[in-house]
Design a binder for this molecule. Structure first.
Ligand code: G3P
Length: 218
């Protein structure tokens, strides 16, 4: 399973990419708007330090403009994946971009039918938004299982990125649902590296060891 960082925070990305536990990055206009650096500068730096796929979202609205912008974004580097919202207006251009071998991550996926149509168009990734389904009282994790079954049953090659993951529980569920990728925001990612029982267990072992009075071991 791949784990992506869902952020444009360069410090965070550098730190964990170096460790080798992050396989890629997903950005969006919200993430980029929070950073001091200009978006283009961030993306040009990202493609140098991240070996895996980096999703960069379109910011235009009309299908014609989205099409041209997607072509431009894809030319930034080989590992760029263009993020396009799962909107009916874009089906036509998504089909064209796939034919041009442009790597696409379809974002804002909320239903099994949307996922199916994007698989039929042959995109590389689809990103169901788990947290935003939770927000409206729907079951995002259930959707992940359904999309997994649909892709496996019908033999599509599109990969699932579990997105909008706001808790460790949802991260765990994405792992269990066999999402190909989970993209995790920095705070949830850092929390997932820790466990209070690991901390208390370490303290107990170390304090018990002190009782032996041994100063050097081995
Ligand atoms: O990957 C999608 C993510 O950035 C959106 O997350 O928490 O704004 O729904 P959220």
């Amino acid at each position: 399973m791949k784990v992506f960082l869902d952020t444009a925070d360069m410090k965070m990305i550098k730190k964990y990419v170096q460790l080798g536990i992050i396989d890629g990055v997903t950005t969006n206009p919200t993430h980029l708007s929070k950073e001091k650096e200009k978006p283009e500068k961030i993306i040009k730096e990202l493609v140098k330090i991240v070996p895996g796929d980096i999703s960069v979202e379109i910011t235009e609205k009309s299908a014609d403009k989205v099409y041209l912008q997607a072509q431009k974004i894809s030319k930034i580097a080989k590992n760029i994946v263009v993020k396009i919202p799962c909107h009916a207006d874009y089906y036509e251009i998504i089909k064209k971009l796939v034919k041009e071998k442009i790597q696409i991550n379809i974002t804002l996926v909320f239903s099994l039918a949307q996922a199916l149509f994007m698989c039929k168009l042959g995109v590389k990734y689809i990103s169901p938004f788990i947290g935003r389904l939770d927000d409206i009282g729907a079951d995002g994790t259930q959707l992940l299982y359904e999309i997994r079954d649909m892709i496996d049953n019908y033999g599509y090659s599109t990969q699932i990125i579990a997105a909008s993951i706001r808790s460790i529980d949802r991260f765990n569920e994405a792992i269990m649902a066999i999402a190909d990728v989970a993209t995790i925001p920095s705070d949830v990612f850092e929390k997932s590296l820790q466990h209070p029982l690991t901390d208390s267990g370490m303290e107990k072992f170390l304090s018990d060891w002190k009782k032996t009075g041994i100063k050097q071991f081995p």
